[in-house]
Design a protein around this ligand. Structure first.
Ligand code: 13P
Ligand code: SF4
Length: 367
């Protein structure tokens, strides 16, 4: 078991962040026989309809495969929310991070929502405590409050709109057309990118994802020179110098679609490397190159893998099924308030982008 502490206050003054400040508990690796036996046992139980498994692309490949083999899904955070809401199963197992489980519970209060590890959180969520955020909102009552999905239920309860990276651009465009000024939280990189693309007046909370914040612009330039034919795919939680070099900027689903449908043979991928599992499955003949997280401009070497996503394992799914461990429980007042901003997003995307994969964001400034 590995534990290191995360202190969001250390993230604030410079706006920087560091993977070494992340708190995580990585599950014990199973031996090959134990792993196979557990996969088989869970496959049988999930196929029997005991629960449905909803996994994010950044989780362990075993969990992704189990979800797909048993009628669940592997998706981005918008699709996960839609899938959980619409699926008839009364128990949802959400493999991902806490805000994903909370979103599922907010949308389906009468379902039991379990997570393989309830302590799997997110630096954006940790870096935006509800009380501090409420004070920030109180100081700017003239602004429409738009929060990223990667926040707690209490922060969502204070928001007018929730967005994910698959729909943030179109929702902010819509709000700008309505003449709204926006208060945005928590991801400063995504906020800056959306403000640049839309020209909207956006006041930004200064949070960052400890994984994407580590991608390096200078080293990416050098890597691109070494692979001149490669397309560069970037999640918009990455720094500006990285986004500026992208051929495609978008949600995890969008980046996956770019690899599957793109005409290039090779792709440099600037997002959590957990997504490579699904990319390799869907595009086995393409070459995938991880974007650099270290080099001469680096302050440390990150592994480009979210420490909290890494807390999800088959054992957690078993413990949920066996003993109901990892259940998401929410205060009903908070849940009902948080539902408003999520439903607004889901209603909007149902009208404008029936599939999250349509969150295509071609990068105008791409090299
Ligand atoms: P997506 O909404 O693109 O799945 O991203 C969620 C996330 O946490 C990215 O780091
Ligand atoms: Fe949060 Fe970053 Fe992990 Fe996504 S990758 S869950 S934004 S810490």
């Amino acid at each position: 078991m590995t534990r290191v502490s995360f202190d969001y206050l250390r993230q604030q003054p410079s706006g920087g962040s560091c993977v070494s400040q992340a708190w995580a508990r990585v599950p014990e690796a199973l031996g090959p026989h134990e792993r196979r036996a557990l996969r088989e046992q869970l496959t049988t139980r999930l196929r029997s309809g005991e629960a449905v498994l909803i996994a994010h692309y950044y989780t362990d490949g075993d969990l992704q495969d189990l979800a797909l083999a048993t009628g669940g899904c592997v998706a981005d955070s918008l699709e996960m929310a839609r899938f959980g809401r619409d699926h008839p199963a009364q128990t949802l197992i959400v493999a991902g991070v806490r805000f994903m489980g909370e979103t599922a519970k907010i949308l389906s209060p009468h379902k039991r929502v379990l997570m393989p590890d309830l302590d799997a959180t997110c630096s954006l969520d940790l870096g935006c405590p509800a009380d501090d955020f409420a004070r920030f909102c109180d100081q700017h009552p003239d602004r429409t409050v738009v929060v990223y999905a990667n926040t707690s239920a209490a922060v969502k309860a204070r928001a007018d709109w929730m967005v994910t990276s698959a729909c943030a651009l179109s929702i902010v465009e819509h709000l700008k057309r309505e003449g709204r000024k926006i208060l945005w939280a928590p991801d400063k990189h995504l906020g800056r990118y959306i403000a640049e693309q839309t020209g909207a007046d956006m006041l930004l909370w200064q949070g960052a994802c400890i994984v994407h914040d580590e991608f390096k612009g200078l080293e990416l330039e050098l890597l691109r020179r070494a692979h001149p034919g490669a397309q560069v795919l970037v999640h918009p939680e990455s720094p500006a110098a990285v986004v500026a070099q992208a051929d495609v900027v978008g949600s995890t689903s969008r980046l996956l679609k770019a690899v599957v449908e793109g005409s290039a043979d090779s792709y440099i991928v600037a997002t959590d490397n957990g997504i490579l599992h699904r990319m390799r499955q869907l595009a086995p003949h393409k070459t995938l190159i991880e974007a650099p997280t270290a080099g001469s401009s680096a302050t440390c070497k990150s592994c480009a893998h979210c420490p909290w996503m890494a807390m999800n394992a088959l054992q957690g799914v078993r413990d949920g099924l066996d003993a109901g461990r990892g259940e998401i429980l929410l205060d009903e007042t908070v849940r009902a308030r948080a539902l408003v901003c999520i439903e607004r997003m889901l209603d909007f995307t149902a009208r404008t982008q029936p599939s999250a994969a349509s969150g295509l964001v071609p990068n105008i400034g791409a090299a």
